[in-house]
Design a protein around this ligand. Structure first.
Ligand SMILES: [Zn+2]
Length: 64
């Protein structure tokens, strides 16, 4: 195989980091945590919208 030593990539900026590290810097870790929080929030919002749509569809079916 190739001569590349074991390493990981920072999930935020993509630069090589030692395999025992998750992020290249504290700033990238904070950015990642913020992104995860926004993602969770948007998934939650999506399910709320789906629930509202189901209620609207169900009530229009019942009222017919
Ligand atoms: Zn980084």
């Amino acid at each position: 195989m190739s001569e590349i030593p074991p390493h990981k990539h920072c999930p935020v900026c993509g630069i090589s980091i030692p395999p025992d590290q998750e992020f290249c810097s504290k700033a990238c870790e904070e950015k990642w945590n913020l992104m995860m929080r926004q993602k969770k929030k948007s998934i939650y919002l999506m399910w709320v919208l789906v629930a509202i749509l189901v209620v609207i569809m169900f009530s229009s079916y019942l009222l017919r």
